[in-house]
Design a protein around this ligand. Structure first.
Ligand SMILES: [Fe+2]
Length: 507
């Protein structure tokens, strides 16, 4: 069978083996913990306003005109969408992990003069069914249901809370455990699950698809059971699926992001692996840190998904890559914001939900080189950074700049990410802007000018939580001069829970 050919046989093969997520095989019913996390969080919030970032959003819909300081660039017109976990407490029970929060889509509308803000909790089937039953219906990543039956498929738990893909006129809310969700860009309403092809409904689809400059989309999904596997998606610029393929990978770790180069897809599988035991009640219980496995790197030929090879890296856990590219001699280079272990996901993001900040080892900006002969090299800058973004035009190609949020010191107390960072990969130069104490910097997205002349000819747009003033906002930087600070800041009438990722649509 030609790998380029879309066939029913191939889709059935892909879907039949990977169609069930491990969540479904774990126990759904268990007695809830005696500790009241809602009360514990409320008490902690009174002492520490930083925790506003993890307070459940006060209403399903919010709207205001932002107060602008500075001057908005007139050419910057369009909508900045953001997505993140926002409903963090329901039916008197607080979720046991930040990542389980029901998603809320935000739209910041730039009209050249001002910015209006709308936020809309997504009425996913999961949220709608729970509202009708007036209780939680299934155990999630870390929260056990109070009785009842478990979910029958991954999308029964789909909270659509992680990221945004705006592609070929379609706005999608992404969640890596299951399907992408189609969103009405005018009303921000949830419209349905995206089905890429026959028999692919409900399969996991990453929150970090890569869009090349011609509009081609590469994506993956991962599944722990019944077969540990990676699904690959190749989507044409017109939004139609060209290929889907499954690769069985052995011990499967939690994989959040990946890298594309001119010729390859690169997927780092960390040793936070799925090892279920009879006592496990939620998926988080079944994720075990096995550093002896190291981090395994799957390198797949974009032209032929059956052709792939493996590299080995030291054990580490990271969420995000900025970019990757490939030299003419086949050497692959990419970056990773990576920590020495998975404390961030297994403990920190759980305990923050009861108002406890357990500092994880920092994720540091690290450059990785994979050589065609199988050797690999790791260059850790030691600088704590997260949420790397690049100019969209250089996706998969050698980039000079990467934009991250960083920490002034890995020793600082509280939530440390409060800086905006611009890295020059060629000179090693690192420019920073520090929001200062009392503020958390969220992801900052590069938006090119309508006709960019150089790679950094554009703006950086990013959210922040000013917990000292109990207000959320967004900043606009001239990407060529990050150190000068924002050219405009737009503050909202309310403080929002921290979101995860965003995308700017110039329409
Ligand atoms: Fe992410």
């Amino acid at each position: 069978m030609n790998d380029q050919t879309l066939t029913r046989r191939r889709f059935l093969r892909v879907a039949g083996v990977v169609g069930l997520a491990p969540l479904c095989s774990l126990h759904a019913a268990a007695s809830a913990s005696k500790e009241n996390w809602s009360e514990a969080f409320a008490r902690a919030l009174e002492r520490d306003p930083m925790l506003l970032g993890w307070r459940s959003v006060p209403a399903d819909r919010l709207r205001c005109e932002a107060r602008i300081e500075g001057r908005l660039p007139e050419e910057l017109q369009g909508t900045f969408y953001r997505n993140g976990p926002a409903v963090l407490e329901r039916f008197g029970t607080r979720y046991r992990h930040w990542f389980e929060g029901d998603g809320m889509l935000q739209a910041f509308r730039f009209d050249g003069r001002g910015i209006s803000h709308r936020a809309h909790v997504l009425a996913t089937p999961k949220l709608t069914r729970e509202a009708a039953a007036n209780r939680r219906l299934g155990s999630g990543f870390a929260t056990r249901a109070d009785g009842g039956t478990g979910p029958s498929r991954p999308d029964d738990l789909n909270v659509a809370n992680t990221s945004i893909l705006d592609h070929h006129g379609e706005l999608l809310a992404l969640w890596e455990g299951g399907s992408a969700s189609v969103i009405d860009r005018e009303t921000l309403a949830w419209r349905g699950f995206k089905v890429w092809g026959e028999s692919l409904g409900g399969l996991p689809f990453t929150a970090h698809p890569k869009v090349e400059s011609d509009g081609t989309v590469w994506a993956f999904g991962y599944s722990f059971a019944p077969v540990p596997a990676i699904i690959l998606y190749h989507i044409a610029p017109d939004g139609t699926l060209r290929r889907a393929h499954r690769i069985d990978v052995g011990p499967m770790g939690m994989v959040h992001d990946f890298v594309v180069t001119a010729r390859h897809l690169v997927i780092v599988i960390p040793p936070l692996v799925f090892e279920p035991s009879p006592d496990d009640e939620v998926l988080l219980d079944a994720l075990v840190w096995r550093p002896a496995l190291g981090s395994r790197v799957l390198v797949v030929d974009k032209r032929d998904f059956d052709t792939h090879r493996w590299h080995q890296l030291p054990a580490g856990f990271g969420f995000h890559h900025g970019n990757g590219w490939e030299d003419e001699d086949g050497v692959i280079r990419f970056d990773h914001c990576v920590a020495p272990d998975a404390t961030l996901v297994t403990e920190t993001m759980r305990d923050i939900m009861r108002g406890m900040l357990r500092q994880p080892p920092p994720e540091t900006y690290t450059r990785i080189t994979l050589r065609p002969d199988g050797r690999s090299e790791v260059d850790d800058t030691g600088e704590e950074e997260e949420f790397p973004r690049i100019a969209p035009a250089v996706t998969g190609r050698r980039n000079r700049y990467v934009y991250t949020v960083g920490a002034p010191s890995s020793e600082a107390a509280g939530w440390r990410l409060r800086q905006v960072v611009k890295r020059n990969q060629e000179t090693g130069e690192r420019e920073t802007f520090d929001y200062g104490p009392g503020t958390i910097a969220e992801e900052h997205v590069f938006v090119p000018r309508p006709v960019p002349r150089v790679e950094d000819d554009g703006w950086l747009i990013g959210a922040y939580l000013d917990y000292a003033r109990k207000s959320s906002g967004i900043s606009v930087f001239d990407a060529r001069s990050v150190t000068d600070g924002p050219v405009a800041r737009a503050s909202l009438d309310y403080a929002l829970p921290l979101a995860l990722h965003g995308a700017f649509s110039p329409v």
